[in-house]
Design a protein around this ligand. Structure first.
Ligand code: GLU
Length: 552
């Protein structure tokens, strides 16, 4: 055989020229600063919240810069693949309202001009690029069998030298062309390796958008680029795809940081400019005082289904993720209470270098605020959609009298300081059930949590309120004045302040008395605004609730 060009033709006789693909996927005409980013999961059947974190960041940056957010399916490791893995990923993204601009839209279809967006369908593209590398003597076939490699590994281990396929250990890099030709013609199995020109004793410098400046030793390993099944390895597919998809920023987990020298080297060998890299630290969890990665096995909140099942709104989860992405988000939110997260300017270089801690309390707190800003109709629709999937009984409750339920959900909503007692849709039943007479009376009520403990006193207060003060037509001020009158009548201070100044003079204060009414009416010591509750319950229900109590 004459040269490497001939070898390349022998190995890949039918693939198109690399320039064909470069023309087919031209440089994108986007405005200056537009970011082309991609989420590139493997369809392994599990979507980690870390993947949603990456996607939130990608989607936000693309939107912010009029760029492109791509969903690319990395299925070259076909052993790890599961059935409907692609749908699983797309559904998970959809649950968080993350809709890529380009990429797979279901198991088989896609949108965008830079596809296919599923790596197993791009075999010929990788082979075309590998062919060019072989022609240029930058790649070669390797015939080493697994047992040869195992033996080599043992030798290296015994001699205490760096493991791997490099330098003098890279047996097949020095095979003569005729020898190679013979092996191929004899049908020997092979893979394609990259011929590394790197040296371990030399350093490369790199600037990562998140991690900053880093030094690495050059890569000297002849890594595999095309496997025996003809598919590429992750490293090679990454370089080819992100070049042809014209990715500007590779945003991915920092477990890939150590592969960066290989990736930069591959871009150099392909003769093209690498994208910028931003390596995201994983979301961490604190356990017994130490930090570890949020784990798929140990932490239910690592799985995206958790959020759907609990009924944590996508808006809340996204807002929380932005919160841990950029620490200035919190301050921005304080100043822009009603803005949507689209108005926040996310900055990659403000992301934390080490992983942010996952804080469920904070997430639920954010969720309470997010839900507090929803209209009663939105709350109804979201809660209904959740109940439809997870709680038949709640679904029934919501359906039975929609008009009344909307009134219940409207309590303390749409004003300056909306109610913040709902963190997730799975909380809602408990938070509204007492508003329905049928349910309220069918459960034995516990009238605990009261400052005033004397049953007779409580009964008298309730009875007196009912007979003398309660009038559904009162406006809020009159209503409250009457509760004060009631308090005074029983020897309680009209104002908390008065009581504090003179505690010996009173049995307690107006708050203690209104708690009696509240607990009697609802069975709970904490509720949204009691005046509004009475208005929604209506005269008959309030009467009945107070009477029932006075009876027992
Ligand atoms: N398929 C890789 C993974 O799931 C993607 C890494 C990348 O974004 O390049 O980790």
């Amino acid at each position: 055989m004459k040269d490497y060009k001939e070898l390349a033709n022998l190995i890949f006789p039918d693939v198109k020229d690399r320039s064909y693909y470069e023309e087919k996927y031209p440089v994108r005409s986007l405005k200056e600063g537009a970011m082309v980013v991609r989420f590139a999961p493997s369809p392994t059947g599990f979507v980690h919240i870390g993947g949603i974190f990456t996607s939130v960041i990608c989607s936000k940056l693309a939107k912010q810069t009029d760029g492109v957010f791509i969903l690319r399916i990395e299925d070259t490791d076909q052993k790890r693949e599961v059935e409907n893995g692609v749908e699983g990923i797309i559904d998970a993204l959809k649950k968080f309202d993350l809709v890529p601009d380009e990429g797979m839209i279901n198991e088989t279809e896609e949108v965008g001009k830079y596809g296919p967006y599923k790596q197993s369908l791009r075999k010929e593209i990788y082979q075309s690029f590998a062919k060019k590398l072989i022609e240029e003597k930058l790649a070669y076939p390797c015939f080493c069998k697994p047992e040869d490699l195992e033996e080599m590994r043992k030798k290296q281990e015994n001699a205490k030298i760096r493991p791997g396929y490099y330098g003098e250990w890279a047996h097949c890099r020095n095979l003569g062309l005729d020898e190679i030709e013979e092996k191929i013609k004899n049908g020997e199995e092979y893979i394609i390796r990259f011929r590394s020109l790197g040296r371990e004793d030399r350093k490369i410098k790199h600037h990562d958008v998140i991690k900053g400046n880093i030094d690495f030793p050059e890569n000297d390993q002849d890594i595999i680029i095309i496997k025996s099944d003809g598919l590429p390895t992750y490293h090679f597919a990454h370089a080819v795809d992100d070049y042809l998809m014209r990715t500007t920023h590779v945003i991915r987990g920092d477990e890939w940081l150590s592969s960066l020298p290989v990736h930069l080297q591959l871009f150099q060998a392909l003769g093209v400019k690498p994208p910028k890299y931003a390596h995201i630290a994983p979301i961490m969890k604190e356990e017994n005082g130490s930090k570890r990665k949020l784990s798929k096995r140990k932490d239910p909140e690592a799985a995206v289904e958790y959020y759907a099942k609990e009924g944590i709104p996508a808006d809340a989860a996204k807002e929380y993720l932005l919160n841990i992405a950029n620490s200035n988000f919190e301050g921005w939110r304080r100043q822009n209470k009603t803005a949507t997260i689209d108005d926040f300017e996310l900055q990659l270089n403000k992301m934390s270098v080490s992983g942010a801690l996952f804080d469920m309390v904070k997430l639920l707190d954010i969720s309470k605020t997010v839900i507090s800003r929803y209209s009663k109709e939105q709350v109804y629709d979201y809660a209904y959609a959740w109940a439809n999937e997870y709680d038949e009984d709640l679904k029934k409750l919501l359906e039975d009298d929609k008009e009344y339920t909307l009134k219940v959900l409207g309590i303390e909503r749409g004003n300056e300081k909306p109610r913040k007692d709902i963190a997730k849709w799975s909380d809602i039943k408990e938070n509204i059930e007492y508003m329905y007479d049928e349910r309220f009376f069918s459960k034995p009520q516990e009238y605990g949590c009261q400052k005033i403990e004397d049953k007779d006193e409580i009964k008298k207060i309730v009875q007196t309120y009912l007979e003398k003060y309660f009038n559904i037509d009162d406006d809020k001020q009159t209503w409250f004045d009457k509760i004060k009158d009631l308090s005074e009548e029983f020897g309680y201070a009209r104002e908390v302040k008065e009581y504090k100044q003179n505690p010996d003079k009173y049995k307690g204060h107006v708050g203690d008395v209104s708690t009696v009414i509240r607990v009697t009416l609802t069975g709970r010591a904490n509720t949204p605004d009691m005046y509004e509750i009475m208005q929604v319950l209506g005269k008959d229900s309030v009467n009945r609730r107070l009477e029932e109590y006075a009876k027992h």
